[in-house]
Design a protein around this ligand. Structure first.
Ligand SMILES: Nc1nc2c(c(=O)[nH]1)N[C@@H](CN(C=O)c1ccc(C(=O)N[C@@H](CCC(=O)O)C(=O)O)cc1)CN2
Ligand SMILES: NCC(=O)N[C@@H]1O[C@H](COP(=O)([O-])[O-])[C@@H](O)[C@H]1O
Length: 212
């Protein structure tokens, strides 16, 4: 049975593109039913249109409150009755009501080695802290911002001449490898969220997720 996927974006959509490519290549047994953006200018919308995927813009600026926005967003998402909701650079903090509705079937990709650097501006924060390594985490979405069970991480070494831009570029490369893999695990029904844990092939994953 092909899994139905709705992807939420806010920007360039390079992670969306990686997932589109993996579906097209048969790596992911799923169908991207729709791509929804909170920003009308997101290039990811063009990527979706080029792939023949339905797109929808739900501009958060058109709503009076976060709750009103999320209620409208839920209505749009549920119209596709997805098995999985993928946040691919979706830059809105989601309210508890929406998160509960998709608990265990909503994934996010975050550009840090969680639990380090939840929130924004992660690359510069890692540089400012003079960290030796950085990376990316794919996790289930819970009410706690970037606090959900981690499924998989990938690491990159921070070089002495790195800027936030050069670091982000190397992190992106890892993102495009691990996100399609995690989506594939979910679509193969190998990956679940049980209480506060990510479980792969029946095994509870460690705090930092699986290692590939
Ligand atoms: N309840 C949750 N909502 C979201 C999660 C989550 O784990 N739980 N993950 C984030 C994704 N994210 C980082 O990975 C993230 C996105 C947005 C923000 C943020 O501060 N957004 C601001 C607006 C910023 C902007 O428009 O540029 C806001 O919503 O006011 C922090 C982290 C997705 N949501
Ligand atoms: N807090 C969420 C966050 O910062 N997510 C990050 O936004 C970028 C989206 O790129 P993309 O639009 O090219 O996929 C990615 O680097 C992702 O890790």
């Amino acid at each position: 049975m092909t899994s139905k996927i709705v992807v939420l974006i806010s920007g360039s959509g390079s992670n969306l593109q990686a997932i589109i490519d993996a579906v097209k290549a048969g790596q992911i047994n799923g169908e991207i039913c729709a791509v929804i953006s909170n920003r009308p200018d997101a290039y990811g919308l063009t990527r979706a249109e080029n792939a023949g995927i339905d797109t929808l813009v739900l501009d958060h600026k058109a709503f009076d409150s976060r709750e009103d926005y999320d209620a409208a967003l839920m209505e749009k998402i549920d119209a596709f009755n997805p098995d999985l909701v993928v946040l691919a650079g979706f830059m809105r903090i989601l309210t508890p009501g929406l998160v509960q509705n998709y608990l265990g079937r909503m994934l996010n990709i975050h550009p840090s080695l969680l639990p380090k650097y939840q929130g924004l501006n992660t690359h510069q924060r890692a540089l400012d802290a003079k960290d030796k390594e950085h990376g990316v985490s794919v996790h289930f979405v819970t009410e706690e911002l970037d606090g959900g069970p981690v499924v998989l991480q990938a690491k990159v070494t921070i070089e002495s001449d790195d800027t936030a831009q050069t670091l982000a570029q190397r992190v992106h490369q890892q993102e495009h490898i691990i996100y399609p893999l995690v989506v594939q695990w979910f679509c193969e029904k190998r990956l679940t969220m049980e209480t506060d844990n990510a479980v792969l092939d029946g095994q509870v994953l460690p705090k930092q997720g699986a290692t590939i």
